[in-house]
Write a protein that binds this ligand. Structure first.
Ligand SMILES: Cc1cc2nc3c(=O)[nH]c(=O)nc-3n(C[C@H](O)[C@H](O)[C@H](O)COP(=O)(O)OP(=O)(O)OC[C@H]3O[C@@H](n4cnc5c(N)ncnc54)[C@H](O)[C@@H]3O)c2cc1C
Length: 381
């Protein structure tokens, strides 16, 4: 499915695929079993430019576009959902927010370190009491001279304990509708009052760092404010549009990896005197998987290309994420089915893909939330 990809992007895909096959695939199962964030891979990701995909060369990034970002995430996900989630959230959320709305000083200070892998980025919107209804967040930031005091807690924060900085969304006004009183701040994770709890034990993406964060009167200067006061929610919705393209790409990669495993296994495994690939019911599962994933790729690349042309892509990003995540979850489930009992063991990576891909139907807006976004756009027309 590369007929529409420009030559530059095909080359990028081959490079990232080669890296993922050599450096990630052999270890991904071990990282998952140990539920360990693989710090040792970070310098290698940085060396390949995967920690500053869209960061301009001026700040030591790769200066690539959204389509390139999607392809990088897809290729990592083909072998490891956890690392794909790290690359997706670091590039799209934490650094993406600074790139889109930061001051020149903030870009100088944070983006180069992020691209070099010295500081991984986290991004904190979700709270213990608010996820889909994200504007209902309760974390507050109140002025203290030319500083702000941030207080509250955040839930499910990727890179929350291994990151160097975290973009935190906090309420700065309580007397206006929720969406109009939220502001973003860059909080360095060594700032007094910032603490990350023990890693959450998860069903999938177990080698990705996911923590609850406590912000106990974290004091930051106004220079750490990201974007306009009270305009953080509007900016957040724009950041999530791009993030959703990357989660669609992550689903696509996990699905493609699982399909490759299923094809290999079906040609290898025999039953009733023939390989199971000769049974039509197996062939139909494979055919549906290939068709669904190619359709998901078209939706994902379309959303990325719209973003690269500077056009609005909210609805397209939601459609890509909704379709890719649901198709890929079915593909991974069918791929496990094709592996029979062996698929249910840790001997094969297919069970890890199934566990990892489920996240794509939840993170950065559940499937229900994507349907709400799509329907709202449709009914507004
Ligand atoms: C591994 C992982 C990593 C994450 N990383 C981050 C991160 O880095 N930063 C961050 O800020 N967040 C992160 N999240 C949080 C994620 O974005 C939220 O979990 C997600 O948005 C859902 O919110 P919730 O868990 O509170 O579910 P809820 O909002 O409580 O939803 C529960 C159920 O109700 C449904 N529902 C809710 N409202 C409606 C409605 N109006 N109509 C129909 N159904 C509805 C939902 O679809 C869901 O099925 C992460 C989550 C996970 C699991």
């Amino acid at each position: 499915m590369d007929f529409e990809l420009p030559e530059t992007h095909r080359l990028l895909r081959d490079t990232v695929r080669d890296f993922a096959e050599r450096e990630v695939k052999p270890l991904a199962g071990e990282w998952d079993r140990e539920q360990r964030f693989p710090h040792e891979i970070v310098p290698k990701l940085a060396e390949l430019g995967l920690l500053g995909i869209k960061i301009p060369e001026l700040y030591q990034g790769s200066g690539l576009d959204m389509l390139a970002y999607a392809i990088c995430v897809e290729e990592i996900a083909r072998v490891d959902g956890s690392l794909a989630l790290t690359v997706a959230s670091h590039n799209g959320l934490g650094t993406g927010h600074i790139l889109a709305f930061g001051t020149e000083e903030q870009k100088q200070k944070y983006l180069s370190k992020a691209a070099r892998g010295e500081w991984l980025a986290a991004w904190a919107l979700t709270e213990p009491g608010s996820g889909s209804d994200s504007a209902a967040l309760k974390t507050s930031a109140r002025r203290d001279g030319d500083h702000w005091l941030i207080r509250g807690s955040k839930m499910f924060i990727t890179q929350g304990s291994v990151g160097g900085f975290c973009v935190v969304l906090a309420r700065t006004r309580f007397d206006v509708p929720a969406q109009r009183g939220i502001t973003a701040f860059i909080v360095e994770t060594t700032t007094p009052g910032y603490s990350a709890s023990k890693k959450l034990e998860k069903y999938g993406c177990r080698a990705s760092d996911t923590v609850e964060i406590t912000l106990d009167d974290v004091r930051v200067s106004d220079a750490q404010r990201l974007g306009e006061v009270d305009a953080g929610f509007r900016d957040t919705m724009r950041i999530l549009d791009g993030g959703r393209v990357s989660i669609a790409a992550m689903a696509l990669g996990l699905g493609r990896g699982a399909l490759e495993m299923a094809v290999r296994y079906a040609k290898d495994r025999s039953a009733f005197g023939k390989t199971i690939s000769e049974f039509q019911s197996i062939q139909f599962m494979l055919a549906d998987a290939k068709t669904g994933l190619d359709a998901a790729a078209l939706l994902t690349y379309r959303a990325a290309c719209l973003a690269d042309r500077g056009q609005r892509f909210t609805e397209e990003a939601s459609m890509a994420k909704l379709f890719a995540s649901e198709v890929a979850t079915k593909v991974c489930n069918d791929a496990l089915q094709i592996h029979g009992g062996y698929g249910y063991t840790r001997e094969f990576d297919v069970e890890r893909h199934l566990r990892d891909v489920k996240l794509c139907e939840i993170g950065e807006g559940t499937s229900q939330v994507q349907r709400m976004v799509i329907a709202k756009n449709l009914l507004r027309e």
